[in-house]
Design a protein around this ligand. Structure first.
Ligand SMILES: Nc1ncnc2c1ncn2[C@@H]1O[C@H](COP(=O)(O)OP(=O)(O)OP(=O)(O)O)[C@@H](O)[C@H]1O
Ligand SMILES: [Mg+2]
Length: 347
C-alpha cells in the first residue's frame, strides 16, 4: 500500500485548498479594510465658506475643501484670488460671512482656542522689525499659546532652520530671507500639527527656496500638515501632494498633483522639417497642426489619454505627402500651462 508520511502540521491537500481560500478571503478583507473602509483623516474641513468684505467685495464664494492629515497642499491663484482671505479665516484673523471651518474636529468660531492651538501661521506680510533677539522672539511666541518654556524645542527649531548661529542677533540685524525663517520658527514654536505658509518663498533666493522645500518635506514627514500658497508654480510642482486652484474667490479645482498632470496635461509633438513648407499638405488637414519656425516645424498637439495618439498615422501621411522629416521631439505641458489655461478659461 502506498504510504505517504504526514508531518503533524501538514493537512491533507483538500483541507489545504480550503485553508488557502480562507487565507485569500482574509487578505481580501484586510485589503478592503485598509483601502476602502478606513476614511481619510481630515486636518481641516471647510464647508460653504464665503467672505464678503465691508466694501461689498466677495473675496470667497462657497468654498468647500478637505485638507488631509499629513499632506502638502499648494494653493495657487492670481493676485486677489482669495487665498490669504481663506487662510486668515481658518486662523481666526478674519470672520467668515457664512459657512464653517473645523480644525481636527474643532470649530474655528465655537472652539477657537482648541482650533487655533493646532495651527502655525507664517503670514504673507512680514512684521519683524524688532529689537528682540531671535531666541527671545521664538520663545515668546511659544508662550503665547500657553506652552511651557522648552529650550530644547526652540533650539531644535532654530537649528532646523539654520538660525542657530543667529540666535542672539536682534531681528532687525537679519536679512530678509533670515527674517522669513524667523517667522517660520515662530509659527513652529508651539509645535502645531498644521502649518500655513502664505507665500513662504516670495523674494527668497534660489538656494534658500530649496532649503525651504527640504524643511517643508521634513515637516510633512514628521506628520505636520502643510498648506502653502505660492506664485511659483514650479514650487507646487516640486513639493505639493495636492494642488488647489483658487480664482475670483472660487476653488475651481483641487486634485492630486500627478492626477492633475495626467488628466489635464497635453503633449506636443514637434516635427522639424528638412525644407520649409508654405502650407500644410491637403492630406494633413484632418490633424490639429500648426506651422511654426517659418514653415520648418509642424506642431501636433494630442491628448495623452486618447486610445490612439495619431502620431503613427501623422508620420506616415507626412511621408506620403513627400515631406522630409529632420527630427521629432515631444513636450509635455507643465503645471504652469495647466494653471494658465484653467485661470484663463474661468468666467
Ligand atoms: N481687509 C480687506 N478689506 C477689503 N477687501 C479686502 C481685504 N483684504 C483683502 N481684500 C480683497 O479681497 C480679495 C482677495 O484678497 P486676498 O488677499 O485674499 O487675495 P490673495 O489670493 O491672497 O492674493 P495675493 O496672491 O495677491 O496675495 C482682493 O480683491 C482684496 O483686495
Ligand atoms: Mg495673499
Amino acid at each position: 500500500m502506498a504510504y505517504r508520511r504526514q508531518l503533524p502540521y501538514m493537512k491533507p491537500a483538500s483541507t489545504c485548498g480550503a485553508c488557502f481560500l480562507y487565507i485569500a478571503h482574509d487578505i481580501e478583507r484586510i485589503i478592503s479594510l485598509l483601502f476602502v473602509t478606513v476614511p481619510m483623516q481630515q486636518a481641516i474641513t471647510i464647508s460653504s465658506l464665503s467672505k464678503v468684505y465691508d466694501s461689498g467685495l466677495t473675496a470667497l464664494h462657497e468654498v468647500d475643501l478637505e485638507i488631509h492629515k499629513g499632506e502638502i497642499l499648494a494653493l495657487l491663484g492670481p493676485n486677489g484670488a482669495g487665498k490669504t482671505t481663506m487662510i486668515s479665516i481658518v486662523c481666526g484673523l478674519v470672520h467668515p460671512t457664512s459657512g464653517s471651518v473645523s480644525v481636527e474636529g474643532y470649530d474655528i468660531v465655537k472652539d477657537f482656542r482648541e482650533a487655533r492651538s493646532r495651527i502655525g501661521l507664517v503670514p504673507q506680510e512680514l512684521h519683524t522689525e524688532t529689537f528682540e533677539t531671535v531666541w527671545a522672539t521664538v520663545s515668546y511666541s511659544r508662550g503665547l499659546f500657553g506652552k511651557k518654556p522648552n529650550p530644547a524645542i526652540v533650539e531644535r527649531i532654530l537649528r532646523d532652520l539654520s538660525l542657530w548661529d543667529k540666535k542672539d542677533n536682534k531681528i532687525l540685524e537679519l536679512s530678509g530671507g533670515m527674517k522669513r525663517r524667523v517667522m517660520i520658527a515662530k509659527a513652529l514654536s508651539h509645535e502645531p500639527q498644521i502649518l500655513f505658509l502664505d507665500e513662504p518663498t516670495a523674494g527668497v533666493d534660489v538656494e534658500l527656496r530649496k532649503d525651504m522645500w527640504q524643511l517643508v518635506r521634513r515637516l510633512r514627514d514628521s506628520g505636520v500638515t502643510i498648506i502653502l500658497t505660492t506664485h511659483y508654480i514650479e514650487e507646487a510642482e516640486e513639493i505639493a501632494d495636492r494642488v488647489g486652484v483658487i480664482n475670483k474667490g472660487q476653488l475651481i479645482l483641487v486634485d492630486e498633483k500627478s492626477e492633475l498632470m495626467r488628466k489635464l496635461g497635453k503633449k506636443q509633438l514637434n516635427v522639424e522639417l528638412n525644407d520649409a513648407v508654405d502650407t500644410l499638405p491637403d492630406n494633413l488637414k484632418a490633424y490639429d497642426l500648426d506651422l511654426e519656425n517659418e514653415g520648418r516645424r509642424i506642431v501636433y498637439r494630442y491628448d495623452t489619454q486618447a486610445e490612439r495618439t495619431g502620431i503613427g498615422s501623422l508620420l506616415a501621411d507626412l511621408n506620403r505627402a513627400g515631406v522630409s522629416v529632420k527630427d521629432v521631439s515631444t513636450k509635455q505641458s507643465s503645471l504652469e500651462d495647466i494653471f494658465v489655461s484653467l485661470v484663463g478659461e474661468a468666467p
